[in-house]
Design a protein around this ligand. Structure first.
Ligand code: PLP
Length: 443
C-alpha cells in the first residue's frame, strides 16, 4: 500500500518534470534514454525550476562559482530521486549537486592522485598491474558525480574517441601478451553508441591473449533506461564480459535501476559493484549493510568499497580510513560473506589498490595461530605437524602437483611475492633513495 502510493507520487512527479522540460512530450518520453540525455540539467536555474528547490542569492553565487570550476550535469531521472524537503541531507542530492566546499583546497589534494596519466604508455591506457589494463574509451558521463576521482577531467569537452584513437590502445594490448584482462572505463563506456561499443568489444576479443573484458559503468544508477534490449542483446554476444556498476546508497536501487540490473543479469552477465565511502552519504555501517544486502538480492556482488581518493575538490567527502574498517567489521560475519566488499585504499602516487581490514589474527606460535571471530570469540587453530614444504623453483617436471608451466609463463615475480619465492636470490626490497645503501655502493 505504502509502496504503491509512493509509486503514484513518483509518476505524478515525473509527469510534472516531463511537462516542465518539454511541454509537448508525454510521460513515456521519460523512459527514453535519449530524452534523458538531451534534457540533462546543466545549470542552476534549470535545476531550481525542475526540482522546486530554491537557493538564496548568496548560495546561488557560491554554487555558480563552484560550477565554473567543476561543471554540473544531472539526468532528470537521478534528479527525480532527490527528497526535496530534506535535500541538504539527501544522498542523491549530495552526489549530484555541486557543493561550494568543492573549492576548498586541502593540503592532501592532488591533481592526479592515482598517477593514471603517468602510468599511461599510450593515450587512453593505464597499465599498472602485470596482467591487466585500464582502457578509457569514452570521455562522456550521463551525470557528473560530485565525488569523481577523475574530477580533473570532468567538463573537458565531451568527446567520443575516433576509431583511430581506440585502435592505438588496441594495438598496445595486442603487442603485450601479458595483458589478459581489459577494463573498459571512461567516462562511461555505456555512453558510446551500441555499434561503436560492439566494434571495440569485437576488436579486443580478437586478441588471443585477452581472457576477460570488464566494463565499469554508472549507467544503471544514473540512467537505467540506457540499458535497452538492443544494448543487452549486443553485450550478450561478448563473452566473457563482466560489468561493475557503482551504487553508493540503498536508495539508488529504485525499481527502474533494478529493472536494468535484471536485464543484464538475465543476459548472463556477471555483475559487481564498486562503492565509494563518502562522508554524509554512506559512512554508516547500517546504510552499507542495507546497500550490500539489496545488491545481492538483485544479483550484484559487492566487489570493492573505496576509500575516497585525494583528488581535488573531494575533501568534504573524505572519511578517515578507520570508518571503512569499522564498516567491514560491521559486515563480515554479520551478513552473507559474498555481500562483503573488499575495502581498499587506492594508493596515492599510483601504487594501486591496497586492501585494508580489521585484524582477525591475534597471535601465533610455531604450531598454533590465535584468531578472533566477529563475535569476539578467541579461538586457536593447531597447525599441521607434518606439512612438508614444497620447494619451488618453477621446475614443474620435478613437482608432483598438476601444473605444467609453459616457459613464457615463468615470468619473474615482483614485490613481496618475490621475497617469498624459494629460489630467488633477492632477500630484501630496498627503497631506491636510501642514503645508507647508496653510501655502501660508493665504497
Ligand atoms: C582498479 C584498477 C585495475 C583493476 O584492479 P582489480 O583489482 O583487478 O579489479 C586495473 N588497472 C588500474 C589502473 C586500476 O585502477
Amino acid at each position: 500500500m505504502k509502496n504503491s502510493l509512493l509509486e503514484q507520487n513518483l509518476f505524478a512527479k515525473i509527469e510534472k518534470i516531463v511537462k516542465q522540460i518539454t511541454p509537448q512530450d508525454s510521460l513515456s518520453s521519460w523512459y527514453d534514454w535519449r530524452w534523458q540525455i538531451k534534457n540533462t540539467i546543466r545549470d542552476i536555474d534549470s535545476f531550481e525550476l525542475i526540482s522546486g528547490i530554491k537557493f538564496n542569492q548568496q548560495e546561488k553565487a557560491e554554487i555558480a562559482k563552484t560550477v565554473e570550476k567543476f561543471p554540473l550535469s544531472i539526468t532528470p531521472y537521478y534528479l527525480s530521486q532527490i527528497i526535496v524537503d530534506d535535500y541538504k541531507n539527501d544522498p542523491i542530492f549530495k552526489q549530484a549537486f555541486p557543493d561550494p566546499k568543492e573549492l576548498i583546497v586541502s593540503s592532501a589534494d592532488m591533481e592526479d592522485p592515482l598517477s593514471e596519466d603517468a602510468d599511461s604508455p599510450v593515450k587512453g591506457i593505464t597499465h599498472r598491474y602485470p596482467d591487466r589494463v585500464l582502457f578509457h574509451i569514452s570521455n562522456k558521463c550521463a551525470m557528473y558525480c560530485r565525488h569523481c576521482t577523475r574530477k580533473r577531467k570532468v567538463g573537458d569537452i565531451d568527446f567520443i574517441p575516433t576509431k583511430e584513437e581506440i585502435l592505438e590502445g588496441i594495438e598496445y594490448i595486442k603487442s603485450n601478451p601479458v595483458i589478459r584482462d581489459v577494463l573498459l572505463s571512461g567516462g562511461d563506456p555505456l555512453m558510446l553508441p551500441d555499434d561503436f561499443l560492439d566494434w571495440i568489444l569485437t576488436e579486443i576479443e580478437k586478441i588471443p591473449h585477452v581472457e576477460v573484458i570488464r566494463i565499469g559503468t554508472r549507467i544503471p544508477v544514473v540512467l537505467p533506461y540506457r540499458v535497452t534490449n538492443n544494448l543487452v542483446n549486443m553485450l550478450k554476444m561478448h563473452k566473457p564480459l563482466w560489468i561493475n556498476t557503482h551504487f553508493n546508497h540503498p536508495r539508488e536501487l529504485t525499481n527502474d535501476a533494478i529493472g536494468a540490473l535484471d536485464k543484464l543479469s538475465d543476459a548472463g552477465i556477471p555483475l559487481g559493484n564498486q562503492s565509494v565511502l563518502l562522508s554524509g552519504v554512506n559512512d554508516c555501517v547500517y546504510i552499507m549493510k542495507k546497500l550490500v544486502r539489496k545488491l545481492v538480492q538483485n544479483r550484484v556482488r559487492p566487489y570493492y568499497l573505496y576509500q575516497c581518493d585525494l583528488s581535488m575538490g573531494l575533501s568534504h567527502f573524505r572519511t578517515p580510513v578507520s570508518k571503512g574498517i569499522e564498516i567491514i567489521e560491521g559486515l563480515r560475519g554479520h551478513t552473507s560473506g559474498f555481500a562483503v566488499p573488499t575495502f581498499v585504499v587506492d594508493a596515492p602516487g599510483g601504487g594501486g589498490k591496497i586492501p585494508v581490514m580489521p585484524n582477525y589474527m591475534i597471535s601465533c606460535s610455531t604450531n598454533k595461530v590465535v584468531l578472533r571471530n566477529f563475535e569476539g570469540i578467541i579461538t586457536s587453530y593447531q597447525e599441521p605437524d607434518n606439512y612438508e614444504h614444497k620447494y619451488c623453483d618453477k621446475n614443474c617436471d620435478e613437482c608432483n602437483l598438476y601444473l605444467k608451466l609453459e616457459p613464457q609463463e615463468k615470468t619473474e615475480d615482483v614485490g613481496i611475492k618475490k621475497l617469498l619465492f624459494d629460489s630467488n636470490e633477492v632477500i630484501s626490497l630496498v627503497p631506491n633513495d636510501m642514503e645508507r645503501i647508496e653510501n655502501r655502493n660508493n665504497v
